[in-house]
Ligand binder design. Structure first.
Ligand SMILES: [Zn+2]
Length: 481
């Protein structure tokens, strides 16, 4: 019997990315209808009434060019819109405006770092812009259609069959989502279908160059689903081949609730979409001047920044990766390091351990915190200088944030949070605690030395957290000796 490890998977992904423009691609209807009732953001253009003309939204081209450049693709100076003709109830025009043989960009790749340490380069065979179709919903014996999504701008991106496992496919989507948000071209929320994914999967004996018949998995709309559906299909294909059967070129649908693949149809012939250039739109020209204007907004990319953080600030890979997960956080970090002027790793620790928690709890990007990078730097400096202890510093983060951005130094003054380093005051507090707890003192003296932590805690409580715990411990030890 042939073992599973003798096979490798060959996977290509087709992604549809909803651009986050204000309006649709060819009309002025609102593009994002997530919170709106069905058929409220529609007009004669996007519902395909006779006699209307589409007008291209410049912002769509700009966001798509930005994405193409970030994917290292070559933006074509001249591209065309084409009609893709097919009949479906949620496509009122009877065709979708897309790009076919002369798309906006060609080539390109995304480097996907894997948790195991290697990097998988995934090439892009196609990148074009197009309009979305409507949404069909089956309810009991009725079929309901919502045209809100007609004309929503999409970028379709198809990868070469470069991915070798379900994990790699999932990581590709994770890194693509990160990039889309980083660039600000899409919200990339898979739950809201801003980022949709179909997967082509086949297997072959490891080391082989041939491409075997592939199946296409439709509608995998979460990272978990991408990984599960592809893994399930790889295992199914291996079982088929081991049983001496042939893998048929099916189209499969992932049922997320049941975690099974269902056969949608046998895919034998490609539909004939009778593409032809869209006669109502001019060819799309992206000249050097416009391109340069758009690319002036191209930021340093996440992986480049990750590498730079590790080198420039001497951070471990782990820190550099977390800090560059999201653009706003990476910018926050750099500003805070500059304001702090000390060891960048110390800023990284505060950010990863404490500020990240605040960001998650509040659901805001780092840049929107009232606790500015300068304030964070000030708090760390106060801890370094011994003005406040570490615990006070940590609670100060929330206090500054909820105060709406009051300076940390002011909060410390107003609330009397400065550390009590006056030995006399601490000594009095220690003596009080011992006098109030004769039983514990007796147990301690009888050998239960683990009570020391409890004594320290009592004194800290008395000082409202302001005493230096090291000093408290030293004085208690002295008093109890
Ligand atoms: Zn419209």
């Amino acid at each position: 019997m042939v073992s599973m490890t003798q096979y490798e998977a060959v996977i290509g992904l087709e992604t549809h990315i909803q651009l986050n423009t204000l309006t649709k691609i060819f009309c002025t209807c609102k593009a994002d209808s997530w919170d709106d009732p069905p058929n409220t953001n529609i007009c004669p253009v996007c519902t395909g009434l006779p006699g209307v003309l589409p007008v291209l939204n410049r912002a769509v081209v700009e966001k798509a060019v930005l994405l193409a450049a970030a994917m290292h693709a070559e933006v074509q100076p001249l591209s065309f819109f084409d009609r893709k003709n097919y009949f479906y109830p949620d496509l009122p025009k009877g065709y979708q405006i897309s790009q076919y043989d002369q798309p906006l960009a060609r080539g390109g790749y995304l480097d996907v770092p894997m948790p195991e340490g290697y990097t998988r380069r995934v090439c892009i065979t196609k990148l074009h812009i197009e309009e979305d179709a409507g949404k069909t919903k089956n309810e009991y014996d009725r079929r309901l259609i919502d045209f809100n999504r007609c004309g929503v701008p999409l970028v379709e991106m198809v990868t070469a069959p470069d991915l070798r496992s379900a994990d790699e496919a999932a990581q590709y989507i994770i890194r693509l989502r990160q990039l889309l948000r980083w660039l600000g071209v899409s919200e990339a929320d898979m739950e809201k279908a801003h980022l949709r994914c179909d997967a082509n999967v086949s297997i072959r004996p490891k080391g082989d160059e041939i491409l075997n018949p592939k199946t296409e998995i439709k509608n995998v709309n979460s990272i978990v689903a991408v990984r599960q559906a592809i893994q399930t299909e790889i295992e199914r294909q291996i079982r088929e081949v081991q049983a001496g059967k042939r893998v048929e070129a099916w189209t499969l649908e992932w049922d997320e609730d049941a975690a099974v693949l269902r056969k949608m149809r046998s895919k034998e012939t490609e539909a004939d979409y009778r593409y032809f250039h869209e006669p109502d739109l001019l060819p799309l020209t992206v000249d050097e001047v416009w391109k340069a204007e758009i690319l002036a907004d191209l930021p340093e990319l996440p992986l480049e920044r990750r590498q730079r953080f590790a080198q420039q600030y001497g951070l471990p890979e782990y820190d550099a990766d977390i800090l560059t997960n999201e653009r706003s956080l990476s910018e926050y970090f750099e500003t805070a390091v500059k304001a702090y002027g000390g060891d960048p790793k110390r800023v990284s620790n505060w950010l990863i351990n404490d500020v990240s928690r605040m960001i998650n709890e509040r659901g805001v990007p780092a840049g929107a915190l009232k606790l500015t990078p300068a304030y964070l730097a000030e708090i760390i400096k106060m801890v370094d200088a011994g003005t406040i202890n570490t615990n006070t510093g940590k609670s100060l983060l929330d206090k500054v944030e909820t105060s709406g951005g009051r300076a940390p130094g002011e909060v410390v003054q107003a609330e009397g949070l400065a550390r009590v380093s006056d030995t006399g005051a601490i000594r009095t507090a220690c003596a009080e605690v011992l006098a109030e707890n004769p039983e514990q003192v007796a147990s301690y003296r009888a050998g239960k030395v683990t009570l020391m932590g409890w004594f320290v805690g009592q004194v800290m409580k008395k000082s409202r957290g302001k005493a230096d715990p090291q000093m408290v411990k030293a004085i208690l030890e002295e008093l109890l000796a």
